[in-house]
Design a protein around this ligand. Sequence first.
Ligand SMILES: [Zn+2]
Ligand SMILES: [Zn+2]
Length: 266
Amino acid sequence: MRVTSFGSGSNGNAFLVQAGSTALLIDAGVPIRLLHSGLRHAGVGDSRLTATFITHEHVDHVRAAAQLCRYQPVPFLATEGTIGELRHCRADWTRIRATVPVRVGEIDVTPVAVSHDAADPVGFVIEHDGVRVALFTDLGETTADVRSALSDASLIVLESNYDEHMLRSGPYPAHLKRRIRGPLGHLGNADCGELLAAHMGDRTTDVWLAHLSDKNNRPDIARASAEARLGGAALCPTITPVPRFGSSIVWDSEQAIVRPRQASLF
Ligand SMILES: [Zn+2]
Ligand SMILES: [Zn+2]
């Protein structure tokens, strides 16, 4: 299985998941030009996208959805609440429900409900041939379903939105800071590290830190925070902040390896 990020954060989110002849887009939040060039670059021409899953209706996840349905009329899958918020997007909608897996081509996708200020938001567990990817980009707090979704994943894509100090001393108004920190907002670096340390399993080779804030976080700080928290883990995954905009990164299950933990200096 191959996962490609076309960007993650408030400027737009989109991930491509490929296995065999199946190509799934998870969110269509980056500008359509970037999405098209990313798909072409990944070998998915205009007619080769199998389906698009939408996590929730916030604009950074659906910015290009309406144009995508015009140019690549593939099935769109989302929860009932999300579809209700996106009626203006005349797509071929299929309803999905949290905890109910759907098979699209050669890939199984299980939506997992998340706590976020949208109508009916979900993250996804994506599986092909025994390889599992967990993808959670927008969530204010975790639930038992989210925690258990992480345990068998080879790649975990998990939100690491803000550094607590940068958020506290940053430019956002108080109500927005409260919203970000709140149970319907976003996971910070510390939350992300705690969650990984407590629930990541031995199969996890890679962690992508997703949805980093431009104003309240930095890739080096997010990575250092997760690495510090995971220093005691038996096996240390490779931790990579997902670029916010304009460049992509790729994970390939056939090249992923579990690395022994580096010797601690402390
Ligand atoms: Zn959101
Ligand atoms: Zn978002």
